[in-house]
Ligand binder design. Structure first.
Ligand code: F6P
Length: 323
């Protein structure tokens, strides 16, 4: 163990995601097993500004692997995102001997991690967001649980849509990304999936519903990605054009909660462990990720510039089997 890596810290930042606790657990346990002191930082970067940290022990993270949310709480800190804030956070880290921080969150959190690294504190980003919108990783912690929650909700909505011969327009989260919409849409047998990544018009949606009516279909599910929005209006337009009574549901934050799935617990454990391994070698300014089930890492700056491919082939399949 190098002297400079004697103490590390872990924080969760941005929107919470199921599996963040599993990642915190992995960081704490891996760090302690490597002989390090590990601090938990409360409420994201705010904890570094307010000195809101606590030294963790092996038992501090007992029984959290199956819990949703984050035991460290989370925040999007405006105060931190200033040169003075970053300097204060770095000074605080030095004052308690912390030379490395694992930051579990999304793109915004990684920008903060890059700044803190530039201020002299090595940071490693772990992708934790339900949106799956981190380009350097095929997978982000929380995505699978969120998709599973979304399909459970849509399955329930389908029951009532079927009973009333209705069309249900269901808006799912994802910020500007359509990954939850695409996968939940396929898994629920949606008639139409609307995402920013695929061109569409309201008339396309209406035409598909009318086509379905002609083949004897009475109820319909349309999945709308959050980045598109306008679900209420779309439901009205569908009703007017097709005569099918329509309702809109915005699933919202229900998708962010709940006990993480196996995939999220395993990914979080792998990524958290690997992040500590990098810090223990004195490496910082990296984002860890999963590619073909292997853990990889990228320079934060490079990772932030990368673009993630949308699986257009999968969208095509969804479209062709949704009549
Ligand atoms: O990034 C996760 C996410 O849940 C997005 O899907 C959504 O756009 C956003 O966070 C909602 O943020 P808030 O919890 O601040 O409303």
């Amino acid at each position: 163990m190098s002297q400079t890596q004697k103490s590390i810290a872990v924080l969760t930042s941005g929107g919470d995601a199921p599996g963040m606790n599993a990642a915190v657990r992995a960081v704490v346990r891996a760090g302690i097993n490597k002989g390090m002191k590990v601090y938990g930082v409360y409420r994201g970067y705010n904890g570094l500004l307010n000195g809101d940290v606590e030294e963790m022990n092996l038992r501090s993270v007992s029984d959290i692997i199956g819990n949703g949310g984050t035991m460290l709480y989370t925040a999007r800190s405006e105060e931190y995102a200033t040169p003075a804030g970053i300097q204060r956070a770095a000074d605080f880290c030095r004052s308690i001997g912390v030379s490395g921080v694992v930051v579990i969150g999304g793109d915004g959190s990684f920008r903060g991690a890059r700044c803190l690294t530039n201020a002299g504190i090595n940071c490693i980003g772990v992708p934790g967001t339900i949106d799956n919108d981190i380009a350097c990783s095929e997978y982000t912690v929380g995505f699978d649980t969120a998709m599973n929650t979304a399909i459970q909700m849509v399955d329930r909505i389908r029951d009532t849509a079927q009973s009333h011969d209705r069309c249900s327009v269901v808006e799912v989260m994802g910020r500007n990304a359509g990954y939850i919409a695409l996968n939940a849409g396929i898994a629920c047998g949606a008639t139409y999936i609307i995402t920013k990544e695929e061109p569409f018009t309201v008339n396309d949606v209406i035409a598909k519903i009318i086509e379905g009516q002609k083949s004897g279909k009475h109820h319909f599910i349309v999945i709308v990605a959050e980045g598109i929005g306008g679900s209420e209006q779309l439901a009205k337009e569908i009703e007017q054009a097709t005569g099918v009574e329509s309702r809109a549901t915005i699933l919202g934050h229900v998708q962010r909660g709940g006990s993480p799935t196996v995939q999220d617990r395993v990914a979080a454990s792998q990524l958290g462990y690997y992040a500590v391994d990098l810090l223990s070698k004195g490496i910082g300014n990296r984002v860890v990720g999963l590619q073909h089930n292997e853990v990889v890492d990228y320079d934060i700056q490079e990772a932030l510039k990368m673009k993630k491919e949308f699986p257009h082939d999968l969208y095509k399949i969804a479209n062709e089997i949704s009549f």
